[in-house]
Write a protein that binds this ligand. Structure first.
Ligand SMILES: [Zn+2]
Length: 67
C-alpha cells in the first residue's frame, strides 16, 4: 500500500444508481437502450483517497462547494 502524505482525496458519492430503459431483441441478440435515469440521491458522500484506500466522512462544519 502506498504511503501518501497528504492523501489525494476525491469526493465520492456511493450507492448511486444509473439505469437505462432496455428493450431486448432475441432475434438479433441486441439490447437497445435509451433514456438513462439517475437515482435522486446516493447513500452518502465520502472523501476517498485515490492512492490508498483511505476513506473519511466530510468533516463537520465543512461546506462542499460544487462546480
Ligand atoms: Zn492516501
Amino acid at each position: 500500500m502506498p504511503d501518501c502524505d497528504p492523501h489525494k482525496f476525491s469526493l465520492v458519492e456511493t450507492g448511486y444508481v444509473r439505469t437505462w430503459r432496455a428493450e431486448i431483441d432475441e432475434n438479433t441478440k441486441t439490447i437497445h437502450v435509451s433514456n438513462d435515469e439517475f437515482s435522486e440521491e446516493g447513500d452518502e458522500i465520502v472523501l476517498a483517497c485515490r492512492s490508498c484506500d483511505e476513506k473519511k466522512a466530510v468533516p463537520q462544519g465543512f461546506t462542499i462547494v460544487w462546480p
